[in-house]
Design a protein around this ligand. Sequence first.
Ligand code: AMP
Length: 305
Amino acid sequence: MSLVAVGSVAYDGVETPHGKVERMLGGACTYIALSASYFTHVKIVAVVGEDFAKEDRNLLDSRNIDTSGMEQLAGKTFFWSGVYSADMNDRTTLRTDLNVFAEFDPKLPEHYKSQPYVLLGNIQPALQHSVKRQMNGTRLIGGDTMNYWINDFRQELEETIRHWDFLLINDSEARLLSGESHLGRAAEKIMAMGPRTLIIKRGEYGALLFHARGHFAVPGYLLDQLQDPTGAGDCFAGGFMGYLAEEGVDPATGPIDAKILGRAVVYGSVMGSFCCERFGVDRFRTLTRSEIDKRFEEFRNLTSF
Ligand code: AMP
């Protein structure tokens, strides 16, 4: 049983107060897949150009990620670059060169279509929906979106998320999508749009989980060394969904246990925190499951009283 992850595979240029890297492996799908690979088997759907390096494919291979749904087209891989503010809470995009990503039209290999878990990274809602339509036998499906799609593609987005089990967004996006400033009321409205589970990410302040039987909060982890926050949200999503897949949850047999959902949110926070410790995907070159579980226990100590 695998998790199918969809989204960008990119080269990123990133500058933070701790340094600058001109070009390194990035992309939402890359972060999701690396993060989730500690919990379950992952298959990715993406597009790269002719410049996609062997060593980057090797990293995905080393985590046993199925890349047969990663199309390679003539042209260059998507390139994004950004610079972070001094406190790293704000980011300015410097360049977005879509390159082959402009032609992304997800086509799922046959052996992907019957997989039970699907995580849709932040891409155009119509493309997210086309992936959903190609799948059969999905148990749990959800994903991410952003203000651009909420503002300019609202109808398409609403039609897409109507069929999702969960949605992960940040607090400003939750307010924008719902038109409510109070996060509890925002959650109610968004859940009425389709997803019965909602995760509102709050950057360094942690995350809120809303589901039919209540809500749950997890704090942010105070990192000793925060080098580069790029991809933290995607790693959160990968940890969240990866853990639900590892647990084999199946909402068709009844609501997902609130304790399992809570643990999934903690694993999401754990994976987001590891991602920020090094530039780009570097932390995933050495990270082990025992380090992940150790930090999970730290969260338990941090929040139990
Ligand atoms: P996050 O920090 O979670 O927002 O994710 C950062 C990743 O998103 C980077 O690795 C970028 O390559 C990727 N990214 C940036 N802009 C876009 C875009 N317009 N569409 C898809 N992926 C993007």
